[in-house]
Design a protein around this ligand. Structure first.
Ligand SMILES: Cc1ncc(COP(=O)(O)O)c(C=O)c1O
Length: 426
């Protein structure tokens, strides 16, 4: 059906790498370090460049393309909803936004949702919620963690625990402080009379794929209850079934029982599978803090974005993709762990859950020329030569954040490229 609506990609691909790169050089702000690849189109977990070279995409648009590329269900949802209503102002009600909020609440727990466009905007909403919460008592401070990443707006970089992200953009928005991750005592010691909230990632993504420990999450919940603080989880990257459960904290705390709930959760990335949509969920007892007129976003929760997000949730449930993420993830992590044991001088660690995997290389390995780009980027470049797309993280980690419907044979193909590259490095 979608074949009738969407023309297939061009049969003859032009070799216009230089022409496209020239357009960027002349007209696009150079704020990204880009790899030397000019993409044309994608199908499932494969991406094609303009020269016709095919890559297996284990980067997934940095944890965005939850169903891979050109998934017919997404195309169908876009086409059908765009025929009816693409955008409506939030002055009015419409069914897709209400239904998406209901689905997210059912997946998390009693509460309400606010819709926006991106991960950082979802976090910004939670920051405002924390300020509203603490306002009458003069509390405004939000504690976050070292190596965290919470986005690129001024508040986002103030919350982010990486100096390189803040550098040159001072003065920093006040009211954010970082402490070491997975260190409950440090968090407890940092709480001041001005503290209103704590925000952590369930699995740090940009920081190199580092999961929170069970004790840390349970301890943060108890600390927040004791000190009357809001506990926020930034699930922008690690959420949406990537860990094998809807939320990474649900996976991390599986054996500790199901009682844990934060007070706010930010979401984006896989929520729209490539269509820009973000959201935050807030627990029932704080859901009325942002009353009419206190927060808004023109494009927040459009009928089109919500229809796509609903369709993605349908496909994830229909095709058992949470189970797939867990099964394929367990396979990949097991095989990568074997590689780490085989090549201990090159591979330092393999971390993650489900289809959020970090492969940490030893930056001191002789093969990494110190005057070149970071070890992470050097490995990602080598993997490109083996037709594999991955994502660098921190200085020395490579992330796998593929589509949740990655197949066993695709996982094996990716592993083969990774194993050959590691053998080259050893
Ligand atoms: C954990 C986390 N939070 C927030 C963001 C920011 O999301 P966005 O780029 O959609 O603003 C990201 C993006 O990588 C992220 O990984």
């Amino acid at each position: 059906m979608t074949k009738e609506i969407v023309p297939p990609p061009p049969a003859i691909l032009r070799n216009d790498v230089a022409a496209v790169q020239a357009l960027f050089q002349q007209h696009v702000v150079p704020s990204y370090g880009r790899f030397d690849i000019v993409l044309s189109h994608g199908v499932g977990s494969y991406l094609y460049d303009v020269k016709g070279k095919r890559y297996l995409d284990l980067g997934g648009g940095i944890a965005v393309n939850a169903l891979g590329h050109a998934h017919p269900a997404i195309t169908q949802a876009l086409v059908e909803q765009s025929r009816r209503l693409i955008h409506a102002s939030n002055f009015y009600y419409h069914e897709p936004q209400g239904r998406l909020a209901q689905r997210l609440v059912r997946l998390i727990g009693p509460g309400k949702c606010f819709f926006c466009n991106s991960g950082v905007e979802a976090n910004e909403g939670l920051f405002k919620l924390a300020r509203k919460f603490g306002h009458d008592e003069g509390r405004f401070e939000i504690l976050t963690t070292d190596n965290s990443f919470h986005g690129r707006t001024l508040a986002g970089i103030a919350a982010t625990g990486q100096e390189k992200i803040k550098k040159g953009f001072g003065p920093t928005v006040p009211g954010f402080r970082q402490v070491p991750y997975n260190d409950l005592a440090a968090m407890r010691a940092a709480v001041s009379p001005a503290t209103a909230a704590i925000m952590v990632e369930g699995i740090q993504g940009e920081g190199g794929v580092t999961p929170a420990s069970e004790q840390y999450l349970l301890g943060l919940r108890a600390l927040c209850d004791e000190k009357r603080l809001l506990l926020f989880m930034d699930s922008v990257q690690c959420g949406h079934f990537r860990s094998g459960r809807f939320q990474s904290f649900q996976r991390i705390l599986e054996s500790a029982g199901e009682g844990f709930l934060p007070d706010g959760i930010s979401m984006a990335k896989s929520l729209g599978g490539g269509f820009p949509i973000g959201a935050f969920w807030v627990r029932e007892k704080f859901a009325e803090l942002l009353s009419a007129g206190t927060h808004a976003s023109t494009f927040g929760g459009t009928p089109l974005g919500c229809a796509v997000a609903l369709k993605i949730l349908d496909v994830i449930a229909r095709d058992h993709l949470a189970e797939n993420a867990r099964r394929i993830g367990d396979f990949l992590i097991g095989e990568l762990e074997h590689l780490r044991q085989k090549y201990p001088r090159v591979l330092r660690a393999v971390r993650g859950f489900g289809l959020m995997i970090g492969i940490d290389f030893d930056p001191n390995a002789a093969v990494f020329a110190p005057d070149e780009k970071s070890p992470a980027i050097q490995v990602v470049n080598r993997l490109h030569n083996r037709n594999l797309l991955t994502v660098p993280a921190a200085n020395s980690a490579v992330r796998l954040l593929p589509a949740l419907n990655l197949s066993q044979s695709e996982a094996e193909e990716g592993l083969h490229a990774i194993a050959s590259t590691i053998a080259d490095l050893a």
